[in-house]
Design a protein around this ligand. Structure first.
Ligand SMILES: *[C@@H]1O[C@H](CO)[C@@H](O)[C@H](O)[C@H]1NC(C)=O
Length: 150
């Protein structure tokens, strides 16, 4: 008997041993830090194997919010219950919906309506990325379990 990845994750109890597929991070950035700069908020989705500044700062493999808002943007809590990411990991745009239990389920936009995975609140740990044009302090706000980036 074969199980899909999602079924396996469910059987394993998700958080215990399964590796996360991607993360959503948001934080304040200082734009052009060497020049007095201005503050801006950035939100990025990064595959777990690209959880570094190549994705967060340079956008390599990154997904971006193109509609709605993540639950936190920069240091602001939004109260949002919906957001959309543009395609990452080779799939199309994805719609994320907040559930009553505080988790988020996500679907491929215009797809067959099947759940692609679940996101849980992250540990809010900070990842700093410093570049020539921006210095950001990203917080790990959502951890998503799926198969799309595998
Ligand atoms: C980020 O991770 C990717 C994949 O492992 C790697 O190719 C890239 O060099 C890493 N970037 C940094 C800044 O460590």
């Amino acid at each position: 008997m074969r199980f899909s990845v999602t079924q396996c994750l469910t059987i394993l109890g998700l958080a215990s041993s399964a590796a996360a597929d991607f993360h959503i991070l948001t934080g304040p950035c200082s734009i052009a830090p060497g020049w007095g700069g201005s503050l801006s908020d950035a939100t990025m989705a990064c595959p777990s194997n690209y959880y570094n500044c190549s994705c967060l700062l340079d956008g390599d493999r990154a997904g971006h919010v193109i509609n709605g808002e993540t639950p936190t943007v920069g240091i602001t809590t939004t109260g949002s219950n919906y957001f959309k990411l543009d395609g990452m990991c080779g799939v199309g745009n994805m719609d994320f919906y907040l559930q009553d239990d505080g988790t988020w389920l996500f679907y491929i936009s215009g797809g067959d309506g099947s759940v692609q995975g679940t996101c849980y609140n992250g540990d809010n740990s900070i990842k700093d990325c410093n570049g020539f044009s921006a210095a950001c302090s990203f917080s790990n706000i959502l951890v998503c379990y799926s198969y799309i980036c595998n």
